[in-house]
Design a protein around this ligand. Sequence first.
Ligand SMILES: Nc1nc2c(ncn2[C@@H]2O[C@H](COP(=O)(O)OP(=O)(O)OP(=O)(O)O)[C@@H](O)[C@H]2O)c(=O)[nH]1
Ligand SMILES: [Mg+2]
Ligand SMILES: [Zn+2]
Ligand SMILES: [Zn+2]
Length: 395
Amino acid sequence: MSSGLVCPYCYLRFREKAIKFRCSGRPGPAQQACASRRDERLASRMGFAGLLPPAFEADGRRLSAVHPDCGAETNYRLCPECHSRLPVHFGKIDSRLIALVGAKESGKTVFMTVLLHELMNTVGVRFDAAVLGADDETRDSFRRRYEAPLYENRQLAAPTQRATAQASRRPLVFTFSVRSNGGLRTRQERTVLSFFDTAGEDLNTAESIEQNVRYLASADGIILLLDPLTMRGTRDQIDVDAPRPAEQGLDSPVNVLGRITELLQLALKVKPTKMIPTPIAVAFSKMDALRGGLVENGPLRRPTPNGDRFDTQDSAEVHDYVRALLDEWEGAAIDQTLRHNYARYRYFGLSALGAPPTADRRVATGVVQPYRVADPFLWLLSEFGAIPRTKPSKP
Ligand SMILES: Nc1nc2c(ncn2[C@@H]2O[C@H](COP(=O)(O)OP(=O)(O)OP(=O)(O)O)[C@@H](O)[C@H]2O)c(=O)[nH]1
Ligand SMILES: [Mg+2]
Ligand SMILES: [Zn+2]
Ligand SMILES: [Zn+2]
């Protein structure tokens, strides 16, 4: 799809040429500097009301421009729609938007926090990859709002606020860089990643559906987090110490999948005879609470793979195993929905925390010990061709 670029902050589509610039605010050749002011576009779209030097139009295919008012050069490039600052080299490097969706309480915020922490640490080392926040706001808010509470205070986040209730909620945007070995040449492959932590109830209310439709329609890959503990067939298998989901008010995984499927079909204008092309990783969270019922040394009890490629064989085994579990959990309708509507889907089972939390939402063991938390993300990256994968072994 070369119908232009998609902003990792507002998810609107535009052409590279339309990229705008923001004046550097430094004095130009005539020693005149442009004054900072409120950027109305940034205020209305992203809820940022601070003072900034003015935005202006120039040839967006270039990495810098001269502001005619002051004559100073700038390399501060902006999304033409929302005026957010674009990541360095945006438009010249791959950009992948990954949508993270799931019902209320399914574990999205904890999952995203642990995933990003792992990407910056062990998984980064495993793939020799560097993961960096693409802007000050992402760097600061990831650390302060997500990482520090969980890793320093061992406290799980409060339920995520709905997008409309807090206009300033913006996606976290990261750049993922890996060295690719193409024969004699090695080069850096850079991918821009955008995560938007939706609030579970955003999928229910009409006014917030529009934003989600745009978000899902622009996504290059989807991670759908489903809470297996809310499925009827798991009730008698849940670890006695694990907090149980509320009996009422939570959406069942099959309903959530149904709603997302309808949204995608509408947003992508998928013909009735066609499948949804976006790859979807269907990940069952909180597997620690069901550990007792899993086959010992089976795909969801053995250690997370740690080679420097995505392990295709291991992933296929997990996929088959989870599909078999779905029958046991009375979730066969999930498999039917996926099989009839999606061209590419894959099952995952994971635990962000590694053990059930305490009843007062704290990390029980004192340390976060994730299990397979990066698998869905690594599968998507391998589908995009951004990381290498192992060849499947013969059946
Ligand atoms: N057993 C277990 N429970 C988990 C895990 N991750 C999250 N939970 C539980 O799920 C609850 C909800 O997690 P959140 O990450 O806040 O869920 P969410 O999907 O962001 O919820 P909303 O923001 O309300 O949509 C937590 O308070 C935990 O009790 C896990 O890895 N294992
Ligand atoms: Mg949340
Ligand atoms: Zn200027
Ligand atoms: Zn934008």
